[in-house]
Design a binder for this molecule. Structure first.
Ligand code: GDP
Ligand code: MN
Length: 380
């Protein structure tokens, strides 16, 4: 579960990480009142569960309460990569001397929390990792031993922070971040930028906070923070229908059985020069109801131009999936082209069933790559 910036900052503050004072506002009038209370220049920040808000015009400085009201009017209602802005965070503006980056995330391959720290903050961290990997300091924490203060010093020195005042403040933030991470069952706590003011004060200017869904039962206060209205309507529909679905930004609707195959399907569509519209895992089943449910979610996305079924029959038999597809098509009208690749148990029977049905928008391809190419072609 992802938290809004202001919610993450609330948690940061609780663990002693310095943040700027601010107020939530849901209307231009409230933004004006908040700016008046904060008494000085403010920054008006769109609260959406996606990054890169600055570049998208969702973060604006305002010198006066009237300006804050005007900026709030600009930003409210804005669509930032599919997320409509309904909430603002009005924060006391900071003067920025330097922008650093600090995060703590769960590194699944190492089975340990991983710190990343660099003095090249403010920009996309992926960019730093790609262009100047040596500037990004990485350090694992053994979860059984817990955090040791030397680890904070290692991060700070290795990144080349030379000012003793900064070193001390950052080391304290590094330690507090571990406490927050563990106490909140976080999967990610990211501060980008972690700023240094002209006075030499270090502060978290942004927050990205992700909490492990499986731990929400013991984090009732955080679970309460979930904003059900902001959830993607397609993902909400999928959740109701027990379909594993993640909306992406392309034109090829993708459906596989099993998470691994579904991931590969997303990749192969990209490899074939197309853009996947979603990730969707049919799960182990493939019965007609499962196919109907998945298709009803995928086809609700207006960007979808073609659908790619990628099925590998293991325990699931391809003939069953083929019948599921046909039954689904008889229960709902789908005009979009559907490309099917069936392989594994009873693949031939499955292909025969689809061929016999002779549905005009149904295309059966023998391999995953050929099917991907066909789907991409039909979507363009
Ligand atoms: P993001 O674009 O979603 O990552 O949002 P951030 O909260 O990180 O803000 C983006 C950028 O806006 C920051 O990197 C800063 O350069 C700038 N910014 C945000 N808050 C302030 C502020 O209080 N003062 C100044 N001068 N710039 C700010
Ligand atoms: Mn940021």
């Amino acid at each position: 579960m992802d938290l809004y910036e202001y919610q993450g900052k609330q948690l940061f503050a609780r663990f002693g990480i310095p943040v700027s004072e601010g107020r939530v506002a849901e209307s231009p009038e409230a933004a004006k009142a908040a700016a008046a209370e904060l008494d000085g220049p403010v920054v008006v920040k769109a609260q959406v569960l996606t990054g890169g808000r600055g570049k998208a015009g969702g973060i604006k400085l305002a010198a006066t309460p009237d300006e804050a009201e005007a900026r709030a009017r600009d930003i409210l209602g804005l669509d930032i990569r599919g997320h409509r802005v309904r909430t603002l965070w009005i924060e006391k503006a900071s003067d920025i001397e330097r922008e650093y980056y600090l995060s703590l995330t769960f590194d699944r391959s190492a089975k340990k929390p991983l710190y990343m720290f660099t003095t090249q903050g403010g920009v996309d961290i992926e960019e730093v990792a790609a262009t100047s990997a040596e500037a990004l300091v990485r350090l694992h924490v053994d979860p059984l031993e817990g955090f040791h203060p030397w680890q904070a010093r290692r991060l700070v020195y290795a990144a080349g922070v030379s000012d003793p005042g900064e070193q001390k403040q950052i080391a304290a933030i590094v330690a507090s971040l571990y406490e927050a991470f563990v106490a909140c069952d976080a999967m990610l706590c990211e501060i980008n930028p972690l700023i240094v003011t002209p006075e030499g004060e270090v502060r978290a200017l942004d927050s990205k906070f992700t909490v492990d869904d499986n731990a929400l039962y013991r984090q009732p206060e955080i679970a309460e923070m979930r904003d059900t209205e902001a959830a993607d309507p397609l993902e909400t529909l999928a959740r109701e229908k027990h379909v594993t679905y993640v909306k992406l930004d392309g034109e090829v609707g993708v459906l596989g059985n099993g998470a691994g195959l579904s991931m590969s399907t997303v990749d192969v569509v990209t490899f074939a020069g197309g853009r996947p519209a979603n990730f969707c895992d049919l799960g182990g089943g493939g019965d007609a109801q499962g196919v109907v449910d998945a298709l009803s979610v995928i086809t609700r996305d207006p960007q979808v131009r073609a659908i790619f079924f990628n099925i590998f029959g293991g325990i699931t038999r391809c003939d069953e999936v083929a019948r599921g597809i046909l039954q689904a098509l008889s229960e709902m009208t789908i005009d979009l082209p559907i490309v099917v690749r069936l392989d594994g148990t009873n693949a031939e029977e499955g292909r025969q069933i689809l061929a016999d049905a002779a549905a005009p928008n149904l295309h059966v391809e023998p391999t995953m790559l050929e099917a991907a190419r066909r789907a991409v072609e039909l979507a363009s």
